[in-house]
Design a protein around this ligand. Sequence first.
Ligand code: ATP
Ligand code: MG
Length: 422
Amino acid sequence: MSVKALKGFKDIVPGEVETWQFIEQTARAIFHRFNLDEIKVPILEKTKLFVRSIGETTDIVEKEMYTFADRNGSSLTMRPEGTASVLRAYIENGLQSKKAVQKLYTIGPMFRHERPQKGRLRQFHQMSVEILGTDLPRVDAEVMAMAWLILKELGLSASLEINSLGCKKCRPAFNKALLDFLGKAENLCDDCLRRRETNPLRVLDCKSAHCQEQYEKAPSILDHICQSCADHFQAVKKGLDLLAVPYAVNSFMVRGLDYYTRTTFELVTDALGAQSAVGAGGRYDGLVAQLGGPDVPGIGFAMGMERLALLLDQQEGSVPVATPDLFVVALGEAAQEKGYALTHAARKAGLAAIMDLQDRSLKNQMKQAGKAMVRFALIMGEDELSNGKAVLRNMANREQQDISINDDVATWATELYSLVIQ
Ligand code: ATP
Ligand code: MG
């Protein structure tokens, strides 16, 4: 019996991977425009890093982490999200002394033991951004505008929902108001009853329709935040207006991680069923210090690449296809020898070139060239070799021209390059 991949772990095969490359290339180009630096961090970390940052009573830490004992008994966890690891790396490498404001991004797999479904996997991928060292509200707006621009340049649309969760000074007052309300609420689900005791804010994130119905009357956090948080939120909204990014305030959005303070946001779509968030993030002032680093503020977001790929696949023709430049059609041993050297020279010169090393018939090779969607075919057999001329065929408009065979393949490849790349 063959061994299959784990449930919730997916291969991304040719035919699918082009969408992923498009997403990644688009995002990288935008990160560059916003002057971000890439950081690569390990997938495996000490479990306590995530427990301390994400929070002991969150869904992720309570039931979704891939945690196991290493051979020497220490508890390790496959990262369920990127922020904790990037912050650990920021502290450990003393990045705050290299730049007062660090603008970082990372792209890679995350692991959560969830029930697999469309847009929800156990190994999934995020592109995430962390800006450390500033709490200016205009930075918050710029971060959201960056996420927005990624979607826009991918040809996708989603709505931006924003909220403020206040700070450690004003959160307790809201928690108290929420607890008073929850004390009177009836027939809450088991999860909410538990959260009411452990982490009341999290009840607002409940997926049960019955609970949500009751929470419509819950107190709004925006009525409880302190003046400085309210001013900050006001300035964030002004920033979004200045950047012409449309948004809606959703005072019930609380996010699933404990570390958020002040601005939080989600990019939501109705095109993916229950998996409506394509990206999410927020401010986490205090988290770096909590992890043992300097007391610098921070903000970040993550976009789910599976969900972006699903959205792109729903819109046919939205992913540009990169086709090969040249098929070297060589017929007979002498032409095969020449073609073999030319194909390599063409690749060195910068062309995406293909050749059939099995010397099949002209018809067969032309069929392969068509199937590969190459832009040009260079055809040479015994006659062409003796005349010193090969045929270059434009596969799109079928125009053909004779071109001189150059004995020096490197020079010939350069000549071909200028004919093929126009
Ligand atoms: P959800 O409410 O859908 O579970 P979340 O709040 O847990 O999302 P975050 O932890 O904020 O998500 O992660 C940011 C983004 O990563 C999400 O908006 C989503 O696009 C993506 N994401 C999260 N979990 C998964 C998963 N299991 N499979 C695929 N993508 C995911
Ligand atoms: Mg989740």
